[in-house]
Design a binder for this molecule. Structure first.
Ligand code: ADP
Ligand code: MG
Length: 489
């Protein structure tokens, strides 16, 4: 058996223990401790200054934008927010760290505790508790694969504000890790504190993995896997490590506390280095920054600026009678949820509003790979369409078809006026309907006889004829009632 494969039987005897550290790059306009701009994609080494480069005699200055983001995230996960926030220097030498240290928080993280909710393997809600969230700064970026001989360094990123979010070792599978990351990314996007893009490096994570025998308490020795560039790769890296640990232990070996990277091309982890210990960094208080004091009234003012959170909207939609599936799709992205919110300001038919979002609107977006902000119709127009259907004035098919299409071409028009001018209003005048029904029935005397002798399925044929005669305008519910009544006479 290959080293990373274990039988299902063996696998079931072990429990994975996983903790995740996420670094979220904040979308502040300037850096954490200097006025340098933070725009992504600028030419290398153009967004630096003596302060971010740590030249002698320069002094850092704290960016309140990072504090706002930290407090909002803390409130969103229900963490305790610290009043006296000290900064620390984490010292290490690396070419992309021009100061020789990173300004971070060590003993006094801004947030302690809090949790996010995911689903466990059985589909039941599971809380993932957070240990801490702290404020720090990013390093520069080293590129090893651009120049064949040299490592290139771009210091634009050096000093960009980050939040580090650390979980308790409570995740139990690669799948749970995937869900946790998805949930965290959704949260920072709702809060608009980060774009959460993993490809651009605005969200990075390190995972810590160990295994223990099912039923035992004591944690096994953990390894850390870094440089994971997608949530699926996080899941794969964890699965790979879990199997490697089990195989190693079963062979009589022992896991060594080490740091790995994930080789996505070969779907396996690779040893990077032995793990450094906290004391290697010789943390000490940052002497150039005053502690940041966060008072209760500041926290309250942030609380009053909080946007709706996905879990709150989810609960609200479930209460409105939407399925779990609809509610989770609607809350997947904030922009989609807000558009739905705007529709239901004008209608109480929640199910119809959800159907429009997931149906015609979503198809329109998908066909164009567009964003909801590109969608030309006002939410109130969608509510008008829903009303026309509910009033029996147009069929659902017409509303989602011809009428929707026409409205997209003339978004300023009112749906009802357009329906009228396009002659799409359904006929629910009983007299007119009865005339079409009589005509349809008169056309097929032999089919009427068959119907009378028990072939009830033939109503479809007569309905089709009524629709044809009315050129699609017959109110189908009413027409079908009349067809049956007339045939049964
Ligand atoms: P470090 O200072 O080395 O980064 P931390 O104590 O900050 O270590 O923990 C980092 C992460 O590792 C946390 O998410 C924590 O939950 C997780 N962790 C700690 N011990 C274990 C373990 N034995 N197995 C798996 N994860 C662990
Ligand atoms: Mg850590």
């Amino acid at each position: 058996m290959a080293k990373n494969e274990v039988s299902a039987e063996l696998r079931a005897q072990y429990e994975p223990v996983i903790g995740i550290e996420i670094h979220v790059q904040l979308n502040t306009l300037s850096k954490a401790y200097s006025a340098d701009p933070t725009e992504y994609g600028a030419a290398p080494n153009t967004q630096t200054s003596p302060v971010s480069l740590g030249h002698p005699g320069t002094l850092p200055m704290f960016n309140e934008g990072a504090l706002k983001a930290a407090v909002k995230l803390g409130l969103a996960v229900g963490a305790d927010i610290r009043e006296v926030n000290e900064f620390a220097r984490k010292n290490y030498f690396y070419a992309d760290l021009p100061k020789g240290y990173q300004i971070t928080q060590d003993k006094t993280p801004i947030c302690n505790g809090g949790f996010v909710e995911i689903k466990d393997a059985e589909g039941n809600p599971k809380r993932i508790n957070l240990t801490r969230i702290h404020m720090e700064e990013d390093s520069g970026k080293s590129s090893h694969d651009i120049d064949p001989f040299n490592t290139l360094i771009d210091l634009n990123r050096a000093g960009v504000p980050l939040l580090e979010i650390v979980t308790e070792p409570e995740l139990r599978s690669g799948e749970e890790a995937y869900q946790y990351l998805t949930e965290m990314r959704r949260l920072v996007r709702y809060l608009e504190i980060s774009d959460g893009n993993m490809e651009e490096g605005s969200l990075r994570c390190d995972v810590n993995v160990s295994v223990r025998k099912v039923g035992t308490e004591k944690f096994g020795t953990r390894v850390e896997v870094k440089n994971l560039n997608s949530f699926r790769n996080v899941q794969k890296a964890i699965d790979y490590e879990v199997n490697r640990h089990i195989a190693l232990i079963e062979e009589g070996g022992a896991v060594v506390q080490q740091t790995f990277t994930f080789d996505a091309a070969r779907s396996k982890t690779q040893l990077l280095r032995d793990k450094e210990d906290a004391h290697d960094y010789r943390y000490f208080n940052e002497p150039d920054l005053q502690p940041v004091i966060v008072k209760e009234d500041y926290i309250e003012s942030m609380r009053s600026q909080m946007p709706p959170l996905p879990k709150e909207l989810f609960a609200k939609y479930r209460e409105q009678g939407l399925s779990e599936y609809d509610a989770s799709l609607l809350t997947d992205s904030k922009e989609i949820a807000l558009y739905y919110e705007a529709i239901i300001e004008h209608t109480k038919n929640y199910k119809a509003a959800a159907n429009w979002m997931m149906g015609s609107i979503k198809s329109w977006l998908n066909e164009r790979a567009a964003h909801i902000s590109d969608f030309p119709l006002a939410a109130s127009s969608i509510a008008d369409l829903i009303q026309l259907v509910d009033d029996g004035k147009v069929s659902n098919t017409v509303a989602n078809g011809e009428l929707f299409k026409a409205l997209l071409e003339a978004p300023e028009k009112k749906a009802s006026e357009l329906a009228e001018s396009m002659n799409l209003i359904q006929e629910s005048n009983t007299e007119d309907l009865q005339a079409w029904v009589d005509q349809a029935i008169a056309k097929y005397p032999d089919k009427v006889a068959e119907y009378k002798s028990g072939k009830k399925g033939l109503t479809g044929l007569f309905m089709g004829e009524v629709m044809k005669l009315s050129r699609g305008k017959a109110d189908p519910k009413l027409a079908s009632k009349l067809v049956i009544q007339t045939l049964e006479k």
